[in-house]
Structures are given as C-alpha cells and as structure tokens.
Write a protein that binds this ligand. Sequence first.
Ligand code: C2E
Ligand code: MG
Ligand code: MG
Ligand code: MG
Length: 291
Amino acid sequence: RAKAAGKNTYQFFTTEMNQAALKRLILENQLRRVLEREELCLFYQPQIALSTGQLVGMEALLRWQHPESGLLSPSQFVAVAEEMNLIIPIGEWVLRTACYQTQAWQAAGLLPIRISINVSSRQFKPVYWLQTIKNVLQESQLAPNYLELELTESVLMEEHNDNNNSIVAVLTELRTMGVQIAIDDFGTGYSSLSYLKRLPVNTLKIDRSFIQDINSNRDDAAIITAIIALAHSLHLSVVAEGVENKEQLIFLQSRQCEIVQGYLLSKPLSQEEMTKLLQRIDQQPLCLLPV
Ligand code: C2E
Ligand code: MG
Ligand code: MG
Ligand code: MG
C-alpha cells in the first residue's frame, strides 16, 4: 500500500513538473514570435509636477497582447525574455516604438512631453546601446532631450557589466547628447551611493514600496524624506512612483518632491487614451492633481 501510494505521489509530481515544463515551452515558443506577430504594445503612465499639476513626462510600460491569455504585464514574461536573450530585440522594439510615438505626437502639434523607457541590466550592453539609441533618435527625428532611460541600480554596478568604464563613458555621452538618465526603484538596490557621484544621473525614482506605507511606517517616511533631501543636495529631481492616495500626495508635497506617478493620478494609458489626454491638454492647461 505504502509503496503504491509512493508511486502515485511520484507520478503526481512528474505530471505537475511536466505540465510546468510544457507551459514554459509553449510560452517560450510564443515569446519567440511576439515581434513578427506584432503582439507587443506600450502603455503610457503620466508623470505629474506636484507644484503645478501639469503633465511633465510619461513612462512607457511594456504589455504583451497574448493570443489566448489577454494583456500580460512584464512580470509575466520579461524574466523569461531575459533568460532567452530575447530582451535585446524586445528592448530595441520598446526604444523604437517609444521614440517614434513621441515624435508622432509632436508632429501632430501636441505638447511635447518627455518619455521614459525601462532598460534592464540584461539588455544594457553600453557600447551597443549607445549606437542603437543614436540610430533610433536619428531615424525617428525625436530630439534627445525628450528621451529618458530608467536604469536600475544593478545596471550601474560594475560586477554586472563587462566594463564599468564603458558605462560611465556611455552615460556621459548620452547626457551630452541631451538624453536623461533616471535611477528606477531607488532605495531597493545597493547600499553604496558612490555611483551617484561618478555617473551623470538626472533623476531618482523612489520605489513604490517606500511610498506604500508612508503614513503608517515612520521608517519609510524617514527614508523618503532622506532620499528627497539627498536628491536635492545633488541637484537631482525626484519622482515618487506608486502614489495611490491623497495622504501620500500630501506627504510628498510637504517634502518638496517634484514629480508624482501612480494610480491616484492616472493608471498606465493605452496609446489611444494617451492621445486623447494630450489633445485635452492642447485645448487648455489641465491640472491633473485630485482636488
Ligand atoms: P517599474 O519601472 O518600477 O514601473 C512601475 C510599475 O508600477 C508598473 O508596473 C506600473 O504599472 C506600476 N504602477 C504604477 N502606478 C502604480 C500604483 O499607484 N500602484 C501600484 N500598485 N502599481 C503602480 P508594470 O507596468 O507591471 O511594470 C512592472 C515592471 O516591469 C516595471 O517596473 C519595469 O521594471 C518592468 N518593465 C516595464 N516595461 C518594461 C520594458 O519595456 N522593458 C523592460 N526591460 N522592463 C520593463
Ligand atoms: Mg520604471
Ligand atoms: Mg520603478
Ligand atoms: Mg518598481
């Protein structure tokens, strides 16, 4: 009996494992064809100046319109794309789409707004990226100062890269061209802040996890206050991400945080929705802060 039960258990597990492996195999095969099938799209989340309520930027967020499962978010496929090295062509697609779309909005006479794109450490091969960005900016005709790269702290740490000197050189050249550099998820990565002094960064994006408990967790409130003060003394601007309620907004206002982004202001918008928002702004200046 025991032996039989053991055998059943074993079979149960192999079936489960086979199913997981099969699911993964299917996902990999579908992911391999997302570009040729044109199943990727970008959503655009507004970034709002706290002092005026005006739209000052937008973050491009990748989505996969999956044939069976509907709209997938990056947590459901970016890690797999990285393991398969598909993040390189996908990342190029993101850069190209963001630049062409932003330029198209400007060519339509809408207010020029900066666009931020996310670049993972697996895809940030410095020298290759510099050339790709130059090419795409030239092809799309987008002025470089409307493009911002969101890099995580891990991208900036030498051990993750073939050559840290090339990172400094490449980011410096991008900055000279006018491209903006933001540190994404700031505060969740490395404790060493020395890279802030070596690298030409413009903006710190405070991670959502600190914003979440602003009003109940004194440590988080203290950390945010410190990050904003640090940014200001280094002449960097600060974006708070994941702002979901008014109490968080009031706290950030009291600490002179410049820019906010989160569901309270707006969810990520489809291209059509963002076009409508830009058209509304074109009619009259719009305060996007809640009253
Ligand atoms: P992230 O860059 O930190 O982006 C912010 C994430 O927070 C987005 O999730 C956004 O939809 C979500 N968010 C915004 N406001 C709120 C809020 O008020 N509350 C909550 N709970 N969430 C909020 P999303 O779009 O699922 O993206 C997740 C992550 O995937 C991004 O984090 C980024 O690291 C990565 N990602 C997104 N697009 C790309 C891309 O084009 N390339 C690469 N390599 N990674 C990307
Ligand atoms: Mg980001
Ligand atoms: Mg972030
Ligand atoms: Mg985050």
